[in-house]
Design a protein around this ligand. Sequence first.
Ligand code: DX5
Ligand code: ZN
Length: 225
Amino acid sequence: MNRYRIAPSILSADFARLGEEVRAVIDAGADWIHFDVMDNHYVPNLTVGPMVCQALRPHARSADGQRVPIDVHLMIQPVDALANAFMDAGADLVSFHPDASTHVHRSIQSIKARGCQVGLVFNPATPLDVLDWVIDELDLILIMSVNPGFGGQSFIDSALRKVEQARRRIEACGKDIRLEVDGGIKADNIRRVADAGADTFVAGSAIFGKPDYKAVIDQMRAALA
Ligand code: DX5
Ligand code: ZN
C-alpha cells in the first residue's frame, strides 16, 4: 500500500474549467485535491471561496465513485468563520496558519467538532513551537517551502530541516499525523522532501503547468518508489 499522497494544487489549474481540471487530475492519479484559499490580507493574493469548493465537491470522485479528499489550505485571517463555511462546502481537511488565529487551540477544536480533519501550516520563517501544545489534536502538519501567496515559486531549502524536525515531533507524539509539504515541489526534488520525512506532497505548477498530468504524477511516484 502506497503511503505517499500527491495533492495537486488547483491554484495552477485553468480556472475557466475547474471541474474538468479536477476530474482530469484525479484520472491522472491525484490522491487529494489541494484547494488554496487566499484573502488579500493574510497573503497578497485573492483566490476562491466556499462556493467554489461546494461546486467542485461532486467532481472530486475517483472512477469507482470514491470520495477524493478536498484539502483546504486557508491563507486567511481571521480563521474560524470561513473554516466553518468550507466545512459546510464539503472540505475533508481544513488547515490554517497558527499566526492567523488569535486562539489556535479553539480554532482546532472548532474544526474537529465538525468531524473534519485539521491541520496547522508553518511558513518558512515560522517556528514549530506551537506544536508543543497542540500536536496531539492534529491530523496534519503542513510545512510551507515557499512564502504563501503564489504558485510557481522556487523551493526554499531550509524547509527540509523543518520537515525533519516536524517528523521527529510526530514520532515522539506517536499519533498518525500526515506531514505535507507545499511549494516548489517537482519530480526532481520530491525524493529529497520524502527523505526528510514528508509523506504528502502539494504540487501546483509542476502538474498543471504541463500538458500530461499523468506523466508528471507517474514521474513523481517513480521518484518516491
Ligand atoms: C502557495 C500555495 C501552494 C501553491 C503551490 O501559497 O499554498 O499550494 O499552489 O504551487 P507550486 O507547486 O507551483 O509551488
Ligand atoms: Zn497550498
